[in-house]
Write a protein that binds this ligand. Structure first.
Ligand code: AHR
Length: 497
């Protein structure tokens, strides 16, 4: 089949919510501690204990929303352990992740300070698995109530006079698994009960988020939507890309073969099917699409780096991860009528991280560069685009060679993001631009490519995979022919003159 794409520049399909570019930071391994929080006395440059280099990089990437404190950690977290003078906070073992000491130095105030520095929205995940209704209710009161109340007074005693604005609040995490091993019927009832006491104080309006299914658990989605739609604003979905055949054999982050390159991308593309099929169930109970689907955990999950704590989930990040990020974000764009937020797991030093640190050193991963290149789509209008992709095949299996999406921003600039999944060959995409005045456009581009399957950045070689300017395109009339290098992610800017 001849590869071909048609972009209807005058056919807008709704806003791409910037929160699709959200992140997730858990008390896991070196994400919060070392990766974000180093403490005020650290020689690593920090402001109020939070790393300056990491804040700068995340701000540059325009991080819109940050989920915290878990993950599985959320359903073991008791927020009152993390407030008050730090020296007096409880020390305990993080039993879920790595068996290390959690000193609770990073708690509610530190997280809200981080969000203020990043100028991003907080998304707080409450504890249903091992916490009480009262505990969850009081956390919301502590955070958002400005009037006279015990929690409001406690917050003021701890140095914060004014309440914070908190919109996104999750009622439990993975309650089908680490969050309590519940059945959907039981969780649906608990959700209805807990969320009742997640109150709107003063002018603050909480967006209540129910724990949704794992991967293809359509039964969970059906039951939650049937029993609790009117009590929720969004419901979550978790899906990780694991190249190997099982959790015990996930595959390595680097040093893998072509077969694993292929299976990783094949599995990442499954996100489209999952979102489509969960959306069909949501449509049945919520045809107006009031309820959002929040994919608040996604990304690659490999075997940990040799010699590191298995409970820390530390992995390298290569051009393969950049492709996973690119195709997944393109999928979210396409489903932006339902997908209102997504949070890649996790921000620093854990799973598909955008940043890796070692002591005072920091490196930006290929995934970071994709988020930075794609930020032009945040809050832009999705454009109608049809792509007949060539096939990319390996050992009798076939996936599309190219993934693409396009949007137009408030200044009328069109951005097209294109991924070439093929590890060995360039891909030529003739893109027909419809609805634009001919001969009056200016095109620029940026590309991220790798010269080997696991090309990645290290602390000693941080620029191996870095964005370059892209000029492998030809504009003839309304046809823009683009030549995408193998293993690459490209973003084009098309400016009508
Ligand atoms: O992101 C790592 C873990 O994966 C999270 O804690 C949990 O929610 C999921 O199983």
């Amino acid at each position: 089949m001849t590869q071909r794409a048609v972009l209807n520049t005058d056919l807008r399909k709704g806003k791409i919510n910037r929160n699709i570019y959200g992140h997730f930071a858990e008390h896991l391994g070196r994400c919060i501690y070392e990766g974000i929080w180093v403490g005020e006395g650290s020689p690593i440059p920090n402001t109020k204990g939070i790393r300056n280099d990491v804040v700068k990089a995340l701000k540059e990437m325009q991080i819109p929303v940050l989920r915290w404190p878990g993950g599985c950690f959320a359903d073991e977290y008791h927020w009152k352990d993390g407030i008050g003078p730090r020296e007096g906070r409880k020390r305990m073992i993080n039993t879920h992740w790595g068996g290390v000491v959690e000193n609770n130095h990073f708690g509610t105030h530190e997280f809200m300070e981080l969000c203020a520095m990043l100028e991003c929205e907080p998304y707080i995940n409450g504890n249903v698995g091992s916490g009480t209704v009262q505990e969850m209710s009081e956390w919301v009161e502590y955070l958002t109530f400005g009037g006279v109340s015990p929690m409001s007074e406690l917050r003021q005693e701890n140095g914060r006079q004014e309440p914070w604005a908190v919109t996104y609040f999750g009622v439990g995490n993975e309650n089908w698994g680490c969050g309590g091993n519940m059945r959907p019927e039981y969780y649906a009832d608990l959700y209805r009960r807990y969320q009742t006491y997640v109150r709107n104080y003063d002018s603050n309006r909480i967006h209540r988020i129910a724990c949704g299914p794992n991967v293809d658990d359509y039964h969970w989605m059906e039951v939650l939507m049937r029993e609790a739609t009117r009590f929720m604003d969004s419901i979550t979905l978790h899906y990780y890309t694991i190249p190997g055949p099982s959790w015990d054999n996930k595959g390595a982050a680097t040093g893998f073969e072509t077969q694993e390159w292929f299976s990783t991308l094949e599995k990442a593309l499954r996100m489209d099917e999952l979102v489509t099929r969960h959306s069909v169930i949501m449509d049945k109970y919520d045809p107006e699409k009031r309820v959002g689907l929040i994919v608040d955990e996604w990304g690659t999950w490999y075997d940990v780096e040799p010699g590191t704590n298995p409970g820390f989930l530390y992995q390298q990040n290569s051009i393969r991860d950049a492709l996973v990020a690119g195709v997944t974000l393109n999928i979210f764009h396409k489903h932006s009528d339902r997908v209102r937020m997504a949070n890649i797991a996790q921000t620093v030093n854990v799973l598909q991280a955008v940043i890796l640190t070692e002591g005072e050193k920091m490196v930006l991963t290929p995934t970071y560069h994709v988020f930075n290149m794609f930020k032009v789509h945040q809050d832009a209008e999705l454009l109608d685009m049809t792509l007949d992709s060539a096939a990319y095949s390996l050992e009798g299996r076939e996936i599309p060679e190219v993934s693409a999406s396009a949007s137009v921003n408030s200044e009328g600039v069109i951005h097209v993001s294109l991924c070439n999944l093929n590890h060995a060959a360039s891909s030529i995409v003739p893109l027909e631009l419809r609805g634009l005045a001919l001969g009056a456009v200016e095109v620029t581009g940026t590309v991220l490519a790798g010269d080997r399957l696991d090309a990645h950045n290290t602390f000693s070689e941080p620029e191996v995979v870095a964005p370059q300017s892209f000029d492998a395109y030809k504009l003839e009339g309304n046809r823009l022919t683009v030549e995408l290098p193998p293993m690459s992610v490209t973003v084009l800017a098309i400016k009508p003159q």
